[in-house]
Design a protein around this ligand. Sequence first.
Ligand code: GSH
Length: 212
Amino acid sequence: MKLYDFPGPPSPRRVRIFLAEKGVELETVNVNIREGAQFADDFKKMNPHCTVPVLELDDGSYISSIDAINRYLEEKFPEPPLFGRNMEERAHINDWCHYINVNGFMAVAESLRNSAPFMVGRAITGPRNIEQIPALAERGRERVLYFFEDLNAHLEGRDFMVGDSYSVADIGALVVVDFATGMGRIAMPDGLDHLKKWHAAVSARPSAAAGK
Ligand SMILES: N[C@@H](CCC(=O)N[C@@H](CS)C(=O)NCC(=O)O)C(=O)O
């Protein structure tokens, strides 16, 4: 296996933290997306969607969705389980991961990619240039604030997103919160104490430093 990676952006970090929690190190190739390396012909042959990360599998094929990558790694390295320990946990983890992707990750991306000067003409990832729509940036920002509120309500009385152990739902939520408050420049409002407590705890795990 080989991981095509780049430190900083949220998507590669989700795989990095996952690997760190498993205690696994993979051979890694840096793809500098700030310099446009995702559009190079050789890279496009591996991933026509022009995004990082990409995982080269043992059979020499490539996958690029985070969910597919982390599920493959879970099967390769089952311990500790990060997709749940039983059917019910797996169902709730999948449920939360979907929510986090659609209402968290996509909302921050909507806000950032439709407003940042360095993303002019790059409102959506991929090989085609797509123009920014400023109103979507405003809507994305609003959605991120709702996302913070929803996570805060869910995390009341909980140490983890699902059940009593750390999972991919915690990884997804941590990366989205850091993406929002970092690159996204959307501060977490005052008063979200459950979210802040959980965020401090998951950020203190050694894996949280991975992919930064
Ligand atoms: N395929 C990934 C998303 C990967 C992605 O969006 N990667 C971003 C970095 S976070 C990227 O490669 N961006 C390149 C670009 O903006 O051109 C998923 O399953 O969510």
